[in-house]
Design a protein around this ligand. Structure first.
Ligand SMILES: [Mn+2]
Length: 231
């Protein structure tokens, strides 16, 4: 398949979503994929069509997942919840996992993967961080290092055991979901990468390669490996 079709759930309903979606689309296009924006409808017919028409799925960054989804009371420091997106993405992710489709989860997407598999999140890492992990002024430049598990898919793709990454998160993975392995962590020990043991292709990162990739070829490799896995 020359141009695999990759499903990208619509990033909310505000007019700004186009601005946030564009970097992902650019990186997927450059990797040779054909991105397809999926509307946030959780009806069984829509999910079935997405599974039939897409070769893989990218779960992108965005607003905090409602804490109810992992059994906690939502703290006021959290973003306003987006129930429609939570609902659709959790249903789509479960369907994609059942179908063993390649998945790439970024930022919120990595937290979604953890929650979908029964894990929990730290609702605010503000008082635990040594580096500034919520750093929107440096979207396209590295602000903290991560160590990579040399046995991980991530390390194999990047051919390295360390990486410098940008950071746009104020929450972090806490208890790990079922079957997940930590493939990268920050100096404080926050998980920055997850993988699913024994799964064909499941890559999840807490940072945002879509902003770094235009100037940092290593980050584009993640989109390339994902697209190649979808072929
Ligand atoms: Mn970080």
């Amino acid at each position: 398949m020359l141009y695999p079709s990759i499903g990208l759930p619509m990033m909310g309903t505000s007019i700004f979503r186009h601005y946030f979606q564009r970097p992902y689309i650019r990186c997927l296009n450059r990797a040779g994929a054909s991105p397809r924006i999926l509307s946030l409808s959780s009806s069984p017919g829509v999910l079935k069509a997405a599974l039939e028409q897409c070769d893989g799925f990218l779960f992108a960054g965005g607003t905090d997942i409602h804490a109810e989804r992992y059994g906690q009371k939502r703290l006021s420091i959290c973003d306003d919840p987006d129930a429609k997106r939570d609902e659709f993405e959790l249903a789509l992710l479960q369907a994609a996992l059942d179908a063993q489709k390649p998945i790439f989860c970024i930022g919120r997407g990595m937290q979604l993967l953890n929650v979908a598999l029964g894990g929990t999140l730290i609702q605010s890492i503000r008082f635990y961080q040594e580096y500034q992990h919520a750093d929107p002024l440096h979207r396209s430049t590295a602000t903290h290092p991560v160590d990579l598990d040399p046995e991980s898919l991530l390390s194999w793709i990047l051919d390295s055991d360390t990486l410098a990454v940008n950071s746009l998160h104020h929450q972090a993975v806490d208890d790990l979901g079922k079957g997940l392995l930590i493939s990268a962590d920050s100096p404080e020990g926050f998980p920055e990468g997850l993988e699913l043991a024994g799964y064909p292709f499941c890559l999840a990162v807490q940072w945002h390669p879509e902003y770094m990739a235009p100037r940092t070829p290593a980050q584009q490799k993640l989109f390339q490996a994902f697209t190649d896995a979808c072929r």
